[in-house]
Design a protein around this ligand. Structure first.
Ligand code: PHE
Ligand code: CA
Ligand code: ZN
Ligand code: ZN
Ligand code: ZN
Length: 277
C-alpha cells in the first residue's frame, strides 16, 4: 500500500477548519458547514475519477446527506466499504472528531486513484451524515441496501477519531481477521495496539455489524482517561482524556496528534490494499 502523506492529511484538516470558520464555527448536520464539507470532498473525488453520489435522509426534521464514492475498476462484484462520519457536533469544528477520519478515508481513496489500482474488489468509500445524532446516516445506508447489495459487502472499515491529542492505539475487535490486518501493521512498527471498550457500538460500524457485515477500524480514544499503563505503552499523559477537547469548541487544528493521524491513515491504506486488492 502507498504511504499516505501527513502534509496532505493536515491540509485536508485545515480545509475543514476553514469551512467551519466560514460557517458559524461548526460542520454539524443540517448546517451550512456540513453541506460545504460534502461539496469539498465530492469535488476532489470527482476530479480523481470516482463515481460519486449523495444519499438523502431525514434526521431531527432536517435533510441530511451521505456521500458515497466508488472506484470504477474492479475484477469482481464483491465490495469493500471504508467510511467515516463527516458531521461535527454543533459546539465546534470537529477536527479530531471526525475531520481526522474523514481526511484519512479521503486520502486513502485519492491514493487508490493515483496508483491507478485495478483491484479485486469494488472499493467503495463513504462519508456519513448525522452520526452525532445517533448513527443516522450509516443506519439509513444499511437500511437502504437490497439483500443482494448487502450480501456483496465483504467488509466495512471505520475511522472515527484517529488523531486524538493524547492518543491511544485502539483496533476494533469485532472481526478477528480484520483486527489482525490492522494490528499487524502497527506491530511491524513497534506499536502495541489494544481493543477499546469505548468504541463498541458507538460509531458507524455498528449498523453494519448488526446485520452481519464483518467490521473493523481504528480509534485513538475519546473522553476516557489514559491509564498509567497506557501512558507507559504509548507516551502521553496518564489520568488525562485521550481527547480533552472531545465535543468541544477546542476540537480544532491544534487538537491533533500528527503521528497518530499519519499512522492511522497509513494503516487504513494497508487494510484497504490487503482486504480489497
Ligand atoms: N462515535 C462517537 C462520536 O463521534 C465517539 C467515538 C468514536 C466512540 C469512536 C467510539 C469510537 O462522538
Ligand atoms: Ca504516512
Ligand atoms: Zn439533497
Ligand atoms: Zn462525536
Ligand atoms: Zn465521531
Amino acid at each position: 500500500a502507498p504511504d499516505i502523506a501527513l502534509d496532505r492529511l493536515l491540509a485536508q484538516l485545515a480545509d475543514f477548519e476553514a469551512i467551519a470558520d466560514a460557517n458559524g464555527g461548526n460542520r454539524a448536520h443540517g448546517r451550512p458547514g456540513y453541506a460545504a464539507s460534502v461539496d469539498h470532498i465530492q469535488e476532489q473525488l470527482d476530479a480523481a475519477g470516482f463515481t460519486t453520489e449523495r444519499q438523502e435522509f431525514t434526521a431531527g426534521g432536517t435533510t441530511g446527506h451521505n456521500l458515497i464514492a466508488e472506484w470504477p475498476q474492479a475484477a469482481t462484484d464483491d465490495v469493500l466499504l471504508t467510511g467515516a462520519h463527516l458531521d461535527s457536533v454543533g459546539s465546534g469544528p470537529g477536527i479530531n472528531d471526525n475531520g481526522s477520519g474523514s481526511a484519512a478515508v479521503l486520502e486513502v481513496a485519492l491514493a487508490v486513484a493515483e496508483s491507478g489500482l485495478a483491484p479485486e474488489r469494488r472499493l467503495r468509500f463513504a462519508w456519513w451524515g448525522a452520526e452525532e445524532l445517533g448513527l443516522v446516516g450509516s443506519r439509513h445506508y444499511v437500511d437502504s441496501l437490497a439483500p443482494d447489495e448487502l450480501a456483496s459487502l465483504t467488509g466495512y472499515l471505520n475511522a472515527d477519531m484517529v488523531a486524538s491529542p493524547n492518543a491511544g492505539y485502539f483496533v476494533y475487535d469485532e472481526n478477528p481477521e480484520i483486527q489482525a490486518v490492522f494490528a499487524d501493521w502497527f506491530a511491524q512498527r513497534g506499536v502495541t495496539t489494544q481493543a477499546s471498550s469505548e468504541v463498541r457500538g458507538r460509531s458507524d460500524h455498528a449498523p453494519f455489524d448488526a446485520v452481519g457485515v464483518p467490521v473493523g477500524g481504528v480509534f485513538t480514544g475519546a473522553g476516557q482517561a489514559k491509564t498509567a499503563a497506557q501512558a507507559e505503552l504509548w507516551g502521553g499523559d496518564a489520568g488525562v482524556s485521550f481527547d480533552p477537547c472531545y465535543h468541544r469548541a477546542c476540537d480544532d487544528l491544534a487538537n491533533v496528534d500528527e503521528t497518530a493521524l499519519d499512522r492511522n491513515a497509513d494503516a487504513l491504506a494497508h487494510a484497504v490494499w490487503e482486504l480489497g486488492s
